[in-house]
Design a protein around this ligand. Structure first.
Ligand code: SF4
Length: 437
């Protein structure tokens, strides 16, 4: 559970915003709750809440959700522990037509900027955002949607622009250098897209998923590996890299056909456990059923793996588009902020010292008691360097398995093999050939 801009991973008040609380106190069922009548999972949910702010204050409104991302984004990650607030924030975002993940993660970044003194109220016309302050949070959502203040206007441009602006404010106020690198450690975005609400410290696969497996940025749909990685499903770099390829195939395959992946992947089919020679967590027994329907509809005889492998066109096309925009430096954007890798200061190391010390004990091949007497700063540096090296290694293996160069450029042979090359413009072909070396 991300808490206060992913600084912490748990909180004693978490029970106040868990699913059981919503189910018992707030959710209401209004007949057919699925996206369409044929869905037998019907995961849609919602409830009523009375608005405390805005032009409709006092009105009782129906809120569609919140989904997990919104619940964690406006809840624990902002230090908020009242589901009614989360539902109201959800409603305002829906009403203004703005994305809840981006809004919430931008707000978490700003709250941490105020917490750490990178912003003070003098920078923002007396306005501040602080952990757990519901009313100013709701005010900010309104300001953001209506571009009411300079802060809201810049925030609306995105995390990258906002980070640069905060650095400028700080430098102008203090006369010190712009703290761009410090801010980038906890400005939670990749390729400009704010993170969804997975805290990735303990899952190398999930780190690589956010860093490299999605060319649109830190998107949770690319590969949602955190849980199965922690269960030990991918013990080697090769296995982790393979999962970074196969999971997005299933997601994209469903998206491309206008289908929802949830019933096929997230409802575990017990027969999948009988498939000993494959990754059981991707739910192969249900994927086989899916292939039967697909083949029956289209007159094909494809396995589910072959059906979803077709999405390699999408992934490589997205990559080609990135390469055409960012050139040889495309691979440099395949990275995540330090906050997504581990503790960004000594106090955060100490908050999870038991776990961190145990990891270091293995990394350094020292006894736990030997690790415990080391200086926190030294331990943190070793841990962060180790995790960054591991992430770099995993991304390199991922590039190799994708058939990309070691700088993350699709190889000409790969694009030819999947049948994409013939559709590229002469300019794109020339550019990619040049970067293939
Ligand atoms: S499982 Fe998918 S299709 Fe069914 S209600 Fe949920 S989101 Fe909609």
């Amino acid at each position: 559970l991300p808490v206060n801009n992913y600084q912490f991973g748990s909180h004693p008040q978490a029970g106040q915003i868990c699913g059981k609380t919503y189910a018992e106190r707030l959710f209401d069922h209004r007949g057919m709750d699925g996206c369409f009548p044929g869905c037998n999972l019907r995961c849609t949910k919602g409830g009523w809440v009375t608005l405390t702010t805005g032009m409709h204050v006092g009105r009782k409104v129906w809120v569609d959700g919140p989904e997990y991302e919104t619940a964690a984004g406006f809840g624990s990650n902002l230090g908020m522990w009242r589901p009614e607030f989360i539902m109201e924030a959800n409603w305002h975002c829906d009403n203004y037509g703005i994305d809840t993940i981006t809004t919430a993660v931008i707000m978490a970044f700003l709250m941490e900027c105020y917490q750490r003194g990178y912003l003070v109220k003098e920078d923002t016309d007396g306005f501040t955002l602080t952990w757990g302050d519901e009313q100013t949070a709701l005010q900010f959502i309104y300001d953001l949607a209506c571009r009411k203040t300079e802060l809201a206007r810049i925030a609306g441009q995105g995390m990258v622009e906002l980070t640069a602006w905060v650095a400028e404010q700080y430098a102008a106020r203090t006369g010190r250098p712009k703290p761009v690198k410090e801010l980038q450690q906890f400005a939670m975005q990749t390729k400009g897209l704010p993170f969804s609400l997975y805290r990735t410290h303990r899952s190398l696969s999930m780190q690589a998923s956010y860093a490299a497996a999605s060319d649109i940025g830190a998107h949770h749909a690319a590969a949602w590996l955190v849980k199965v990685d922690l269960l030990g499903a991918f013990p080697t770099f090769e296995a982790k890299a393979k999962a970074l390829i196969t999971y997005p195939r299933v997601r994209l395959g469903n998206d491309n056909l206008g289908l929802c992946k949830l019933p096929w992947v997230d409802v575990f089919n017990p027969d999948s456990l009988k498939r000993g020679d494959t990754d059981v967590y991707i739910n192969p027994a249900s994927q086989e059923l899916y292939a039967d329907f697909y083949n029956g509809m289209l007159g094909t005889t494809l396995t589910w793996e072959k059906i979803f492998e077709q999405t390699d066109h999408d992934i490589n096309l997205q990559r080609v588009m990135n390469v055409l925009s960012f050139g040889a430096a495309t691979g440099e954007r395949d990275w995540i902020p330090d906050r997504a890798i581990g503790p960004t200061d000594d106090a955060l190391y100490e908050r999870e010292a038991d776990y961190n010390d145990r990891v270091l004990s293995t990394v350094l091949n020292k006894s736990l008691s030997e690790v415990q007497v080391m200086e926190t700063g030294e331990k943190r540096a070793v841990l962060m360097n180790h995790r960054k090296e591991e992430l770099r290694k995993l991304i390199d293996v991922y590039y190799r398995q994708r058939g990309w160069t070691d700088t993350g450029i699709p190889k000409v042979d790969t694009l030819k093999q999947i049948g994409l090359w013939q559709y590229l413009s002469d300019e794109a072909k020339k550019s990619i050939t040049g970067m293939n070396g």
